[in-house]
Ligand binder design. Structure first.
Ligand code: DGT
Ligand code: CA
Ligand code: CA
Ligand code: ZN
Length: 591
């Protein structure tokens, strides 16, 4: 069994246990194990076979889970799961794919209405039977109906970029161990950094395509071969993702990488530009057309003028190299031609992280652990932004607990500074909630004492557009609010954004000098690339934040940076690329 399959098995167990109403700690243990295993690059089998290591060294894996992993590796089955599956109706899994329907709600629906399929649930909503179930009501019924349509949309079954990235990293490392492969690169939407990925595309430079394809098929995570030709093959990988491999010779490698990186629209424009110059461009290279040669023949008889590298390909059509994140067929070719491509922000430009949680609210780790992890990641400042009191579910902070946390941060900063220049400065922050009726969940006299205030909207997400927009604009106008957290509230593949007039939000942010967040959590990426580009255009500064709920959560920064790059953001567009002193100068402009 592969890591991905074992992770999925544990997730499955967690769902079933939750459906049955098991102990929350038991459920959480399986979820954490699934997350740990899902984000591992090395295979569990390798760890197990290493005499110097034990499965129990892995975070969240105790003796019981380690034994279950061994059973899965040896037999491919888990008796516990077989038992659970017998006890729980199959329909439960389909229903849980509907945004907002967790194991508990599904159980109520199944028990009360005898729902046996997604279609049956849809009918029950239309007939008005769901609203009569205790705890549901007409609003929930309408929401379920909307979300069934969302769950049925094939767009919403695409992998998150970060999930695809875990697979791509492992795959590329495997292929680079193939003795016949000279160069190996992943291309397609993964390389362009799209928020979701349909399939993975791999380009390999080799003279021995058959050997390279055999090597791919021997990958331990390969779950089946879908098709095989002379120089291309497709397999099924973890999480059912399709992997398309293309093998080319060295002279064509740059052209193939360019072609399979796409996007299709970008390639179409590049091709027509080539034609205007008497050239053809395809996955084999750029060729100068000779009399009698056909544009439509991929191995055209023309003389090859480029193909070895991507730079060469772009140069042949009179352009500088264009970063993959910009290749979406917008105005990137015109900008490249005019020498006006942005110098995109990079992960190494990021100096601070201004949104994170500790175990004072719904985070997993302590203040000290978060600070240590931030130092280890080379950050020079962070803001601790636990939830305000409205978020009761997360044990949000009231005035008293918040001031106590801030005292703790004061002491921490003093001890960090005790030996001269401190490795990091910790800002006293808070993530306040925009209340359903307007206003924030902590008073201004408390916020006035904060170094950094994030305002977010977690409740009343189904309010009408004017209400939601007014709540956010009101928060923007509060003099102490520095940034709006995850401004549209969407969860990719799970929950649509709330109905908000984003243009009005951007305008208010520009007017007041309030920042807007690019939340780097791979489920959020909020603002998205298009909205972030619109914010930049309006003169708004963005803040890329991890919203980490554990030390590991700090690692998603690069997902946010990728979206910022797709938005065309440069270093100066992102507030947290500044030194703390320069950030404070920028903050002083609000008013
Ligand atoms: P995905 O997989 O849906 O997330 O998106 P992509 O962009 O990875 O698309 P995919 O895997 O179908 O193809 C990879 C790249 O190959 C695509 O971005 C551009 C190139 N490509 C594929 N089919 C065509 C085509 O018919 N014409 C052109 N010009 N390029 C193509
Ligand atoms: Ca693809
Ligand atoms: Ca593909
Ligand atoms: Zn947060």
């Amino acid at each position: 069994m592969t890591n991905a399959e074992i992770a999925a098995t544990f997730d499955h167990v967690a769902d079933l246990l939750e459906y049955q109403g098991s102990n929350v700690f038991r459920v959480r243990a399986y979820r954490n194990a699934s997350r740990t295993i899902g984000s591992m690059v090395e295979s569990l089998q390798t760890v197990r076979r290493d005499p110097d290591r034990a499965l129990t060294d892995l975070e969240g894996i105790g003796a019981d889970l380690a034994a279950k992993i061994e059973t899965l590796l040896d037999t491919g089955r888990l008796p516990l799961l077989t038992d659970l599956e017998k006890q729980v109706p199959k329909v439960v899994f389909d229903l849980m794919r509907v945004p907002g329907l967790g194991p508990k709600k599904v159980k109520v629906l199944v028990d009360a209405l005898g729902i046996d399929s997604l279609d049956a649930l849809e009918r029950a909503c239309r007939d008005g039977r769901v609203q009569d179930v205790k705890g549901f009501g007409p609003k929930t019924q309408a929401m379920i109906l909307e979300n069934i349509a969302f769950a049925k949309n094939p767009e919403h079954t695409r992998l998150l970029w970060s999930e695809a990235d875990g697979i791509a990293t492992e795959l590329v490392a495997w292929m680079r161990r193939c003795p016949d492969a000279r160069q190996v690169e992943a291309a397609g939407s993964w390389r362009r950094g799209r928020e979701t990925i349909g399939d993975l595309d791999l380009v390999v430079d080799s003279d021995a395509p058959a050997a390279v394809m055999d090597h791919l098929e021997r990958w331990p995570e390969c779950a089946g071969v879908l098709l095989r030709g002379d120089t291309k093959t497709s397999i099924r990988g973890p999480k059912d993702v399709q992997i398309d491999l293309r093998v080319v010779e060295t002279a064509s490698f740059g052209a193939a990488l360019q072609y399979f990186t796409g996007s299709k629209e970008h390639n179409v424009r590049l091709r027509s530009r080539a034609r205007e110059r008497g050239l053809t461009i395809n996955e084999y290279g750029v060729h100068r057309l000779e009399a009698g040669a056909s544009v439509d023949d991929p191995r055209t008889k023309g003389r090859r003028v480029a193909g070895r590298t991507e730079e060469e390909v772009y140069e042949a059509v009179g352009l500088p190299w264009i970063p993959p994140e910009l290749r979406e067929g917008g105005n990137e070719i015109d900008r490249a031609e005019r020498g006006e491509l942005p110098v995109l922000v990079e992960i190494t430009d990021i100096r601070g992280d201004l949104h994170m949680h500790t175990n004072a609210t719904d985070g997993e780790d302590t203040l000290a652990e978060m600070v240590r992890a931030a130092v280890a990641r080379g950050l020079s400042y962070i803001a601790i932004t636990d939830h305000g009191q409205r978020v009761t579910m997360a044990h949000g902070l009231d005035r008293k607990r918040l001031l106590k946390q801030w005292d703790e941060i004061d002491r921490l900063n003093e001890s960090l500074a005790a030996d001269g220049s401190p490795p990091i400065v910790v800002l006293k922050g808070i993530e306040v909630d925009m209340l359903e009726k307007g206003g924030l969940d902590l008073p201004d006299d408390v916020l006035a004492r904060a170094d950094w205030v994030v305002a977010s909207l977690h409740y009343g997400q189904n309010q009408p557009r004017e209400r939601i927009t007014a709540r956010i604009v009101e928060a923007i106008e509060n003099p102490f609010v520095r940034v709006i957290g995850h401004p549209t509230g969407r969860l990719i593949n799970r929950r649509p954004p709330y109905d908000v007039d984003i243009e009005a939000v951007i305008e208010a942010a520009a007017h007041t000098g309030t920042f807007l967040e690019i939340n780097a959590n791979p489920w959020r990426l909020d603002l998205d690339d298009k909205h972030a580009a619109a914010a930049k255009k309006a003169g708004v500064k963005l803040v890329i934040s991890t919203d980490a709920h554990s030390t590991r959560g700090l690692d998603v920064m690069r997902c946010g940076v990728l979206q910022a790059r797709r938005a065309g953001l440069e270093k100066h567009d992102v507030a947290n690329t500044r030194t703390l002193a320069d950030l404070e100068t920028l903050m002083a402009k609000k008013g």
